[in-house]
Design a protein around this ligand. Structure first.
Ligand SMILES: Nc1nc2c(c(=O)[nH]1)N[C@H]1C(S)=C(S)[C@@H](COP(=O)(O)O)O[C@H]1N2
Ligand SMILES: [Mo]
Length: 199
């Protein structure tokens, strides 16, 4: 990233359509956490896919790391108006999770849950076809605790509140549910290009 690009300005002039409306570029990686930062030992960690209360599949840390690993490099956008370019993540795509468990999605609606109680709803169409992963590495290092380690959801084409940190489950729900921020007035989908900030 060049300094000219940084100086592209608050409203992103000169960024070649790369920055969504009313976002500003940051080089830092701000930490945005609503509550306490949980400390989850990988020995006690698991990730589950559920349908309502029923567990369809579950992986412990060793099993999870044996799944196909994907790298994604690109830009992320927080609803508090910062965007960060060229972030570098590794993890397991939702496609690979569903395929490796042989799961036929029972519903187009999902709710992701964090270990500390956070949640966020997502349409299946926003997390499949390579659009999302459960990320375990950032910049070739294990994901730090403050950014959601051991593992977080990454859905980079939507505002970053959708990328649940300390993720423990993906739950299919019969209808659209609202997560932590969606219940507090944030948009059900959160497309930064359409400025879907609030509902
Ligand atoms: N479990 C959990 N996930 C979360 C949050 C949180 O408070 N708890 N905050 C969300 C919000 S509002 C944003 S902007 C991003 C921030 O991620 P970062 O701290 O890695 O920048 O995480 C999202 N995921
Ligand atoms: Mo956020």
């Amino acid at each position: 990233m060049t300094d000219e690009r940084q100086a592209g300005g608050k409203y992103g002039e000169g960024l070649d359509g790369r920055i969504p409306p009313n976002q500003a570029v940051t080089r830092k990686f701000p930490v945005m956490t609503a509550g306490k930062t949980p400390d989850i030992d990988t020995a006690a960690w698991s990730f589950s896919i559920k349908s309502g209360p029923r567990t369809l599949a579950s992986w412990n840390w060793v099993e999870f790391n044996a799944l196909p690993q994907t790298r994604w490099r690109g830009d992320i956008h927080c609803v508090t108006r910062w965007s960060k370019f060229d972030t570098d993540w590794q993890g397991v795509t939702i496609d690979d999770l569903l395929a490796s468990a042989g799961i036929e999605p029972p519903s187009p609606h999902t709710l992701f849950q964090g270990y500390e109680g956070y949640s966020t709803n997502l349409l299946l169409s926003d997390i499949t076809d390579g659009k999302a992963m459960i990320a375990t590495r950032f910049d070739d290092q294990p994901l730090t605790r403050e950014h959601g380690g051991p593992a977080r959801l990454l859905v980079p084409h939507l505002y970053f509140w959708k990328s649940a940190k300390w993720v423990k489950a993906m739950q299919f729900t019969q209808k659209e549910e609202s997560g932590f921020w969606e219940l507090r007035g944030y948009h059900q989908r959160g497309d930064p290009w359409a400025e879907e900030r609030f509902s």
